[in-house]
Design a protein around this ligand. Structure first.
Ligand SMILES: Nc1ncnc2c1ncn2[C@@H]1O[C@H](COP(=O)(O)OP(=O)(O)OP(=O)(O)O)[C@@H](O)[C@H]1O
Ligand SMILES: [Mg+2]
Length: 290
């Protein structure tokens, strides 16, 4: 297998990558191991794979995992139903087709990645959604970069080792044997400065005062003790988009007495009624504690 050309990720115009994130990406590429990325929802895990692959000029093959996804589907599936149906047709073409079983092998994402003529990137998104067998079943394929197709007795071997990204939301623990084969990075929740850069990427012309006020409210909401679901980067971006679109005045975000006020369009930030109630209670208490 020819070695992938020397690649280095240096961030991109659309994506703010911290120094340690860039280090992790490049470490995984050097080690030729999958990069396992964890972090709160909406902290840019999926987007990282898209941006790194774009920056390195690699096409990205994506595999979005669901609770019902099986590892085998990423390799190939044998379409027995079509074969049976075709076998009931009498024309020459169908007879020929049915004879060759490889006509009914449907290639999965891993197969496509392995047999691509040029190097590619591969994203296995939300691996923790599937059952515990899923990561275990992919150990050998990700390690050796090959698998065997029993139906056609062929060995599919990677022409180029793909750059692999695996994301997890921590809904399930991943098996140790799987972890051993990955390079791990946790995307920490962005600090205020990083968050400002992220906002800047999405809203280059945003007024400074509005940004400062919105960020203060955002971190106040996020730091509320006892929240069930803390708002994250993508929620802040949604909220800012609304503030801009609705032309919300700056005063609506700043209460005169420096106490917290219920922010407008709070539904973009808080996603369940307990959290909204909690927040309203806090505002109410602070108003009456003067
Ligand atoms: N570092 C960043 N730079 C620029 N935009 C970002 C960054 N992090 C997050 N975003 C924004 O947040 C959105 C959500 O990111 P993404 O879908 O990658 O999150 P995720 O971690 O995969 O979330 P989930 O776990 O819910 O799938 C992106 O579409 C992007 O607009
Ligand atoms: Mg995602």
């Amino acid at each position: 297998m020819p070695a992938a050309p020397a690649m280095k990720f240096q961030g991109s115009d659309n994506y703010v990558a911290t120094q340690d994130l860039m280090l992790a990406v490049n470490a995984a590429i050097t080690l030729k191991r999958p990069l396992l990325v964890k972090g709160e929802p909406g902290t840019g895990k999926t987007m990282l794979a898209e941006e790194v692959s774009a920056a390195l000029g690699l096409p990205l093959l994506q595999w979005h995992v669901k609770s019902t996804t099986k590892a085998q589907q990423g390799l190939y599936e044998y379409d027995a139903v079509s074969r049976l149906r075709d076998s009931q047709l009498a024309d020459d073409e169908s007879v020929q087709k049915v004879r060759n079983i490889s006509n009914y092998i449907v290639k999965g994402v891993l197969w496509q990645a392995f047999t691509s003529e040029t190097p590619v990137a591969l994203l296995i998104d939300e691996i923790d959604k599937a059952d515990i067998e899923f990561p275990n079943d992919l150990l050998r394929e990700l390690d050796r970069m090959e698998f065997y197709v029993y139906e056609t007795r062929e060995l599919v071997k990677a022409k180029h080792r793909p750059v692999v990204f695996i994301t997890s939301n921590n809904e399930k623990e991943l098996p140790d044997a799987f972890l051993r084969r990955c390079f791990f990075h946790y995307i920490k929740f962005p600090d205020a400065d990083t968050m400002k850069s992220i906002v800047d990427v999405h809203f280059p012309g945003l007024k400074k005062e509005l940004l400062t006020a919105a960020m203060k409210t955002f971190y106040d909401v996020r730091n509320l003790p006892g929240l069930k679901k803390k708002p994250s980067t993508s929620e802040l971006l949604d909220w800012l988009k609304l503030l801009v679109a609705e032309d919300i005045p700056l005063e609506a975000l700043q209460s005169k007495d420096e106490k917290v006020a219920v922010p407008p369009l709070v539904g973009a930030l808080l996603k369940n009624e307990q959290d909204v109630t909690l927040f309203e209670k806090l505002v109410f208490m602070q108003r009456h504690n003067r």
